[in-house]
Design a protein around this ligand. Structure first.
Ligand code: FEO
Length: 396
C-alpha cells in the first residue's frame, strides 16, 4: 500500500506485521516493524530513498508501480546498507539500470561488501545537494546513527528529513503519521528502539543534532525508515533524542532478579518493602521470564538498578549475566547499581554483580546483601534496610 505524504512524495515501503525479532534474534519486536522507502517524483529526478528487506522486494516494486514505471527512477539513495533497507537494491537497479546510486563514503564499503557489484556509486557529503527540479535535496552525514555509513536526506519544499534509522520505531501500524498512532505505544517503541540500537553512540547523536541545527534546514516532518512519520511531534522527538543521548534518568529503581529456590525472590520482597518505605518509584521483574529488550528499555530511564541472583556455577544466573553484559555493551552511564542474592556453598553472586557494575563504569553506592541458604528474619530486615539505603542514594 502506498501513502502520499506530500505533493509528489510517497511512502512506498511495507509493514512487516509478522516479525518478532530483529538483528537476527537479538532484539524483540513485539509490534512488528516497517521498512519505509520513499519515492520523490520531480521534473528532473525521480528518486527512491532506501528500499526494503529482500523478502518484501516484490511488494516494493508493486507499490512503486502504482505511482510510476520503476524504470523511470533516476536516482536511488542508499542511506545505510544494512539489509533491512538495502535488501531490494539489486532488483531496483535491474529495473532502473540507468539510475545513479548515491551513498556516503562508508556506504561504498557496505554496499560493495553486501552485494559484490561494480556499480558506480556517487559519494556525497554533508551539504551536497541534488537538484530534483522544483525540490532540492540536501544530504547530511549521520555516521553511527546507526552504522558508519548512515546518512540522512533533507527534501526542501515539503521540508522532510528522511532520517533512516534515527527517530525510527519497530512498530507495524496502519498509522502513517505520529498523530494517527496510539501515542503511548509510539513513544514506548521509539524509546525501545533508541535504547536497544542507538544508545552506545550517544555522544555522536548529540554532535549530529548540533550539526543539524547549524545547517538550519526547516523540518516539518521526520520520515524514518522504520515506523511512523513524525509531523506533529517533530520538536518532542528531537528533544527526546537529546535527552536519551545524554542518558538523563529519573529517580526511580528497577529491581531485576532471577531465583532458583525462592531465596533471592524473598530478598527482592524485602528490598521492595525498603524501597516503599522511602516512597521511591520502582518496578520489579523476574528477568528469567521477561523480555530482555523490554527490560533494557525499562532500565534505560532509571537512576537505580538492582540485580538479584543466587550464586550459580560460581557466577550469576544467565538472565542476570546477560543484562549486565548488555548495560556494559550499550554503555549505560549515570546509573547506581546494587546487588543481592543467596548462595549455598559459594558466596560469589553479589561480588560478581558489583564487580561487573564497576567494570561497566557504574557506581555501587551501597554494599549488597548476600544470604546463605534461606533468609532468616534478620536477613530480611537487612534487605529492607538495604532497600531504604539504596533508595536514599538514588534520591540524593
Ligand atoms: Fe534499520 Fe540499521 O537498519
Amino acid at each position: 500500500m502506498i501513502h502520499q505524504i506530500a505533493d509528489n512524495v510517497y511512502c512506498v515501503g511495507v509493514n512487516d506485521w509478522d516479525t518478532r525479532t530483529f538483528h537476527g534474534h537479538e532484539m524483540s519486536t513485539a509490534r512488528g516493524t516497517t521498512y519505509n522507502a520513499y519515492l520523490v517524483v520531480d521534473e528532473k529526478e525521480t528518486v527512491l530513498i532506501d528500499t526494503v528487506a529482500a523478502h518484501y522486494t516484490e511488494e516494493l516494486v508493486a507499490n512503486i508501480s502504482q505511482v510510476i514505471d520503476p524504470a523511470r527512477i533516476t536516482t536511488i539513495i542508499t542511506q545505510h546498507a544494512e539489509p533491512d533497507h538495502s535488501g531490494s537494491l539489486v532488483r531496483m537497479k535491474a529495473l532502473a539500470p540507468g539510475a545513479q546510486i548515491i551513498c556516503s563514503n562508508r556506504g561504498t564499503d557496505s554496499i560493495n561488501g553486501h552485494y559484490h557489484t561494480d556499480w558506480p556509486l556517487r559519494v556525497v557529503g554533508t551539504g551536497d545537494t541534488l537538484d530534483c527540479g522544483r525540490m532540492k535535496m540536501t544530504f547530511f552525514m549521520a555516521p553511527m546513527c546507526h552504522w558508519p555509513d548512515s546518512m540522512m536526506t533533507h527534501l526542501g519544499g515539503p521540508d522532510i528529513l528522511f532520517s533512516n534509522d534515527a527517530f525510527g520505531q519497530h512498530f507495524a501500524t496502519p498509522a502513517v503519521f505520529d498523530d494517527q498512532a496510539q501515542n503511548d505505544k509510539l513513544w514506548f517503541e521509539a524509546e525501545k528502539y533508541y535504547c536497544n540500537i542507538i544508545t552506545p553512540y550517544g555522544r555522536n547523536v548529540l554532535n549530529r543534532l548540533d550539526e543539524l541545527g547549524t545547517l538550519a534546514l526547516p523540518v516539518k516532518m521526520i520520515a524514518p525508515s522504520h515506523g511512523t512519520i513524525w509531523r506533529k511531534q517533530v520538536g518532542p522527538i528531537l528533544e527526546a533524542y537529546r535527552r536519551w543521548a545524554q542518558q538523563q534518568t529519573e529517580n526511580r529503581v528497577v529491581v531485576l532478579y532471577d531465583t532458583m529456590y525462592e531465596s533471592t525472590r524473598h530478598l527482592a520482597d524485602a528490598i521492595s518493602q525498603g524501597l516503599e518505605d522511602e516512597q521511591i518509584e520502582y518496578s520489579r521483574y523476574n528477568a528469567a521470564v521477561t523480555d530482555r529488550s523490554d527490560l533494557l528499555t525499562e532500565m534505560f530511564g532509571a537512576r537505580g538498578i538492582l540485580f538479584g541472583s543466587p550464586t550459580w556455577q560460581m557466577t550469576v544466573l544467565p538472565s542476570i549475566s546477560t543484562l549486565m553484559e548488555d548495560i556494559k555493551t550499550l554503555r549505560f552511564k549515570n546509573r547506581l547499581v546494587g546487588g543481592f542474592g543467596s548462595y549455598g556453598w559459594q558466596k560469589a553472586c553479589v561480588q560478581h554483580i558489583e564487580q561487573r557494575a564497576r567494570d561497566a563504569g557504574l557506581e555501587v553506592p551501597v554494599e549488597g546483601i548476600t544470604v546463605q541458604w534461606r533468609p532468616r528474619e534478620e536477613d530480611l530486615e537487612r534487605a529492607r534496610e538495604f532497600g531504604r539505603q539504596f533508595a536514599q542514594a538514588v534520591k540524593s
